[in-house]
Design a protein around this ligand. Structure first.
Ligand code: DUC
Ligand code: ZN
Ligand code: ZN
Length: 490
């Protein structure tokens, strides 16, 4: 009798597989949306992908993007869950983690219900939701957050700046302590609000209104001070914390130092801090508005420090912070066309270009290894945000989320080739080498032959798992007494 040969829904052959820890030649068999086998001569399949000369990687996870999110000034991002998720897929992503953003006075429950409704019929790849907390009221802290964490919303961003979003140090401590108790993760936008306002006022009083002054007002000292303070707040209550979108060398150093001191501090950076500088904001008229994001792009030295941080363990996560505002009244210029720098909507797009840029300039130029690339763009985010091992790697039983990269594909980035709903890309004209040819989400081919192959609304919501609660953990750290003191009070 003939031996029974296993049949897969999909078989990827002849490619080189790369995970965060190793690279090897292998086939991958996919059944019912999951990775069913990794090995040689796996058998048969209805559909075979020949990945000769291509790289087989876990699909990317963009762990920080703003999609179909209303700002505190009531402007909507240019991308909804359809265009945002389509653009992400074409850039090699199979999971996105946007935000359900609370504005003051709103119930978190309502905010989450609204974000879920917006995403449900539109997302084409899988998605989870972080929360943004701007109003940590008694009901938020005592009722809404604990139950939402249990339902899979296990991370939340808080702001130390932006008038309508910022919370004070005591409120941050409340949130950190709560996150510690329930195994959630606090993400912090670390910039000192007073410093930014103080400089901004002096600039505008003197008539310095051009977009380039955005980068002056958001001094790197505002970022380094706030980052140090945020780390100390987390240290006081022994909580896990991730500092988002780091642009500055000193802030990066503080994160590395904290990590070396065994604090549970993580760091994230983004393409804008590797590929843009404050000079990009210094252009004729309002052209510089395209690059106004916070923190702002800085200088060549800072870029070098950020590259170093991707290599030396400062940063675990490389995200886009995709915050798409078009160059019109619906976006960047919601407050008028000739307004001063501090009235321009903050944010740059980057969902689709995040991975190709890092691949080309990082892996391609020998700054990071392919395995580090996988860790930074996928695996670490899955681990930190409670999606691992379902997402973020290539393991048997895990979701078949796979991006098949062509390392030789040279493309010049142009807005017209991207799939977001923007009218510019900050990376226009940049030549990159390496782009995904095929993107697979839960075994479904999402992108192939430069075409979308999945239906609107076919992405799934991902409830996430809290980290183990550290409430019962014995407090025996040899580190500073203040760390232990705060933790004992919980
Ligand atoms: N800064 C943020 O904090 N969020 C979105 C965009 C930006 O520039
Ligand atoms: Zn931010
Ligand atoms: Zn952001």
């Amino acid at each position: 009798m003939e031996p029974k040969i296993k049949k897969y829904d999909l078989l990827i052959k002849n490619g080189t597989v790369h995970t965060a820890v190793e690279s090897f030649e292998s086939e991958i068999g996919v059944s019912e949306g999951k990775i069913a086998a990794i090995g040689k001569n796996l058998g048969h399949s209805e559909r075979i992908i020949d990945a000769k000369g291509l790289l087989v990687l876990p699909g990317g996870i963009d762990a920080h993007c703003h999609i179909e999110q209303e700002s505190s000034s009531k402007i909507m991002t240019a991308d909804d869950f359809y265009s945002g998720s389509v653009s992400a897929a074409f850039g090699g992503n199979t999971t996105i983690l946007p935000f359900a953003a609370q504005h003051r006075g709103q119930s978190l429950r309502d905010v989450v219900a609204n974000a879920r409704k917006r995403a449900k019929d539109k997302a084409v790849i899988d998605y989870g939701l972080h929360l943004i907390i701007s109003d940590p009221s008694k009901s938020v802290l005592e009722d809404e957050l604990p139950s939402l964490i249990k339902e899979g919303y296990t991370s939340f961003k808080v702001y130390m700046t932006y008038e309508m979003l910022k919370i004070n140090d005591g409120e941050i401590l409340d949130i950190l302590a709560l996150a510690r108790k329930y195994g959630a993760l606090t993400m912090v936008h670390a910039e000192n609000n007073e410093i930014i306002n103080w400089i901004s006022d002096r600039l505008t009083q003197r008539g310095y209104n051009a977009p380039k002054f955005h980068a002056v007002s958001h001094s790197h000292i505002a970022e380094s001070e706030a980052s140090r303070r945020a780390i100390d707040l987390a240290r006081l209550v022994d909580a896990r914390m991730l500092i988002v979108h780091v642009s500055d060398a000193e802030a990066a150093n503080s994160i590395l130092q904290a990590r070396n001191n065994e604090l549970n501090i993580y760091g994230e950076t983004c393409p804008q801090y590797l590929f843009l500088t404050a000079k990009d904001l210094d252009q004729e008229g309002m052209e510089g508005a395209k690059y106004c994001c916070s923190p702002p792009p800085r200088d060549k030295e800072s870029q070098k420090a950020i590259w170093k941080g991707l290599k030396n363990g400062t940063f675990q996560v490389f995200s886009s912070d995709h915050a798409p505002y078009r160059l019109d009244k619906s976006g960047k210029f919601h407050a008028g066309k000739d307004v001063s720098f501090n009235k321009i909507a903050n944010g740059v797009p980057g969902l689709e270009t995040r991975m190709p840029l890092l691949f080309s300039e990082g892996v391609g130029k020998g700054r990071i290894t392919i395995n580090e690339f996988v860790a930074l763009t996928s695996t670490n985010a899955a681990k930190i945000y409670g999606l691992y091992p379902r997402k973020g790697s290539l393991v048997i039983g895990g979701d078949a989320d796979i991006a098949i990269w062509d390392p030789k594909w040279v493309r010049t980035i142009k807005q017209e080739m991207l799939h977001d709903n923007m009218d510019y890309t900050p990376y226009e004209g940049m030549k990159v080498k390496g782009w995904p040819r095929i993107v697979i989400n839960r075994g479904r081919i999402a992108v192939e032959d430069e075409k979308l192959k999945v239906e609107r609304g076919s992405g799934k919501f991902l409830p996430r798992t809290p980290a183990e609660t550290c409430r019962e953990q014995p407090i025996s750290s040899p580190l500073s007494p203040s760390r232990n003191f705060g933790a004992k009070l919980l």
